[in-house]
Design a protein around this ligand. Sequence first.
Ligand SMILES: [Zn+2]
Ligand SMILES: [Zn+2]
Length: 136
Amino acid sequence: MKSKRPRSHDRILRLLDAQTRALSAQEIFVALRERQQALGLATIYRALDALKLDGQLQVRTQAGESLYSRVTQPDRHHLTCLQCGRSVPLDRCPVRDLEQQLQQSHQFEVFYHTLEFFGRCKCCSAAASQDCAESS
Ligand SMILES: [Zn+2]
Ligand SMILES: [Zn+2]
């Protein structure tokens, strides 16, 4: 019963697949035009909404603006140092079991989750951080 994907959805998904960061609707509009695949802004908004409800896109709000990216498989979580900006990826998802539980206990289909840890890394915490100079 899967209907064929509209061309607008295809264009947006392919565009976002090629991105390393999340884009706003406005940026998607501009990027598609540069690729000679222009879509109207209203069409883009409609497509983004449909893709989001389909669990294919992840939305993050930053400074009042919605940013869209593909749902990443497998999901990645980071420890981000507020001082030096270094961000360390975790090698596994710490909440996968919780997600399973929630799906069952709430009869809720989870498409994705976000989880980030912020603080200060070892190097920035150390008063004399000579062993953490540029490396790692
Ligand atoms: Zn740091
Ligand atoms: Zn996760």
